[in-house]
Design a protein around this ligand. Structure first.
Ligand code: SAM
Length: 216
C-alpha cells in the first residue's frame, strides 16, 4: 500500500541527502588503503611499547569485551577457529536499509564496526540511520561492538581527504538508544598531542559495547 504523502519539502530533502551521500561515495573512490594503514596502524599510533598508545588501547577494549564471554583460550587458537569459520566476505553499504542487499538469515550474533559509520555519514542523522541499518542485521540479544572517532571532521588517506561527521559522546549514546540497543560499556580515549599527527583532526576515540534486547 502507498504510504502517506510526503511532507512538503521532503522530496527536496531526499535529493540533498542523496547528493551528499554521492559526494561521500566519490570521496571513497580516491581512498588509498595503504596510506590509511600507514597513517593509523604503524608507529606512532600503533606503538606497542606503550600501553598508553591509541592502537593498544583499542585492542585492549576489544580483548576485554571478547574475553568476557565463555572460554578463555590463547589468541592463536581463537585465530585458528575464526579462520576456520570464515565463509564469505560480502560487500556492505551502511546507507541501505538492507545493508547486505538481502536479509541475513539467520541474523548475526555480533557485529563489529570500526571507524566506519561516522566516516561515511555527512551528518548525525545519517550516522544514526546507518547504525540502525547495520543493527538490523543482529538477532534479538545480539551484540554490537563499535569503535569510532569523536570530534573529527576529516581524515586523510593518500590523495583522499574524507569528511567525517564530528560526534560527541552523547550522539553515539543517543544513536544506540534510538536503534534499540542497551548500552553495556562505553569508554573513550583522548588523543594525546604526540599522536595528533595531522592525518586527521580527531579529538578522541570511543569504544561502545551494546546489546539488542531479547524478544519479549
Ligand atoms: C576510516 S575507514 C575505517 C577502516 C577500518 N575499519 C578501521 O577500523 O580502521 C572507513 C571505511 O568505510 C568504508 N566505507 C565507505 N563507504 C561505505 C559504505 N557506504 N558502507 C560501508 N562501508 C563504507 C571504506 O571503504 C573504508 O574502509
Amino acid at each position: 500500500t502507498a504510504g502517506p504523502d510526503p511532507a512538503p519539502g521532503a522530496g527536496a530533502n531526499l535529493v540533498i541527502r542523496d547528493g551528499r551521500l554521492a559526494a561521500v561515495r566519490e570521496g571513497y573512490e580516491r581512498f588509498d588503503p595503504r596510506a590509511y594503514l600507514q597513517n593509523n596502524y604503524v608507529p606512532p599510533r600503533a606503538d606497542f611499547s606503550s600501553e598508553d598508545c591509541v592502537v593498544p588501547w583499542k585492542l585492549r577494549c576489544l580483548a576485554e569485551t571478547f574475553a568476557s564471554g565463555e572460554g578463555v583460550e590463547p589468541w592463536q587458537e581463537k585465530e585458528r577457529r575464526l579462520r576456520g569459520r570464515l565463509r564469505r566476505i560480502l560487500p556492505i553499504d551502511v546507507h541501505r536499509p538492507d545493508p547486505l542487499g538481502s536479509p541475513l538469515r539467520p541474523p548475526a550474533d555480533a557485529l563489529l564496526s570500526a571507524f566506519c559509520l561516522e566516516a561515511v555519514s555527512p551528518d548525525r542523522a545519517t550516522f544514526a540511520r546507518a547504525l540502525g541499518h547495520v543493527g538490523s542485521l543482529l538477532r534479538p540479544g545480539g551484540h554490537a561492538v563499535l569503535l569510532g572517532a569523536l570530534g573529527e571532521s576529516f581524515y586523510l588517506a593518500g590523495a583522499a581527504r574524507l569528511p567525517v561527521v564530528p560526534l560527541a559522546e552523547d550522539d553515539v549514546r543517543g544513536a544506540l538508544a534510538g536503534a534499540g540497543f542497551v548500552l553495556r560499556r562505553f569508554c573513550s580515549y583522548a588523543m594525546p598531542p604526540a599522536l595528533r599527527t595531522g592525518v586527521d583532526d580527531v579529538d578522541s576515540v570511543f569504544f561502545a559495547h551494546a546489546q539488542k534486547p531479547m524478544e519479549a
